[in-house]
Design a protein around this ligand. Sequence first.
Ligand SMILES: NC(=O)c1ccc[n+]([C@@H]2O[C@H](COP(=O)([O-])OP(=O)(O)OC[C@H]3O[C@@H](n4cnc5c(N)ncnc54)[C@H](OP(=O)(O)O)[C@@H]3O)[C@@H](O)[C@H]2O)c1
Length: 270
Amino acid sequence: MKKMRLGKSQETLSCVGIGTWGMGGKFEADFLKDNECVEALIKAVELGMDHIDTAEFYGKGHTEEIVGRALKIIGRERVFVTSKLWLTHLERSIAINSIKESLRKIGTDHVDLYLIHWPPTKDKSIEEAVDVMNDILNAGYTRYIGVSNFSVSELERAMNRTKSRIVCNQVRYNVQDRSVEEPGLFDFCKSNNISIVAYSPLNRMEFDPSLKKRLEEVGKFHNASITQVVLAWLIKKGAFVIPKAIEEEHLVENAKSWSLELSDEEMEMI
Ligand SMILES: NC(=O)c1ccc[n+]([C@@H]2O[C@H](COP(=O)([O-])OP(=O)(O)OC[C@H]3O[C@@H](n4cnc5c(N)ncnc54)[C@H](OP(=O)(O)O)[C@@H]3O)[C@@H](O)[C@H]2O)c1
C-alpha cells in the first residue's frame, strides 16, 4: 500500500484508510452488526489500510467501542487512529471529557489525530476551539491535531491561533462533489502542506449517469471497478481517502485502488 506524508509531520500513513460512519449505528447506537464491523476493521488493516477514521458522534459513541474491540485484536501500535470532537463539545471541560471518553472507548491512552469535526457555530469562536485542541495535544491525548469541514478563512484563523501544526482538513471530496476545488480550498491546503483527507470518497456510490459512464469506460480499460477509478482519481490528486466498507469484497477492491495509475488524459476525462 502506498504511504503518503501527513501534512508537514514526519508521519506517513496509507493513502487508503477505512471510514467507520454507520459501523455500530449512525445517529444512535446499533449493536446488531458489531462482529461484522470488527471483522471488517481487522480485514482492512490486514489489507494495508493502517488508518482508521472514527468520531465520538458516530453511533453515539458505539462506533469508537467497535474500533476499540478491533484494536484489541489488531494491536493498537499497528494503526493510526483519528477521532473527532463534536460541534457542541468545544467548551473546554466538555471537550476534555469527550476526548477522555473517546480514549476509554477506543481502549488507548492517545489517538493519533484529533479533529474539530465541524467549525464552531457563532456561540464559540474558532480561536477558543483551537485553544482547547492545543490543550488536548499538550496533555498527550493526541499526537496531532486537525480540522474537518473548514473553509479557507476558517483554516486561516485556526492556523493563526496554533503554534502546533494543523496537519489536515477532512472534507467531503469525490468525483461527483468537487466543491472543495472551487473556492480554492484544495489549492490553499496544498500550498500550506495541510493534507486533504477525502471523506465520502465514493459519494456513497451515487454518481450521475454520464459520470458513471465515463468511470466505467476508464475502469474497463484498466480492468478495474468504478470504485477503484474513483479512489485512484482522488489519490492522484494527492488526497488521502477513507472509504467506509464492511463487505469483504468491497474492502479488497478498495485496498487495491492505490495501484491503479490513471493517465493525465483520464484524469481530465473524468
Ligand atoms: N468529517 C466528516 O464530517 C465526515 C462526514 C462523513 C463521513 N466521514 C468519514 O468518511 C468515511 C467515508 O464516507 P462515507 O461513509 O460517508 O461514504 P463512502 O465511503 O463514500 O461510501 C460508503 C458506502 O460505499 C459502499 N462501498 C464501499 N466500498 C465499495 C465498493 N468497493 N463497491 C461498492 N460499494 C462500496 C459501502 O458499503 P458496505 O459498507 O456495505 O461495504 C457503503 O455503503 C465515513 O465512514 C467517515 O469515517 C467524515
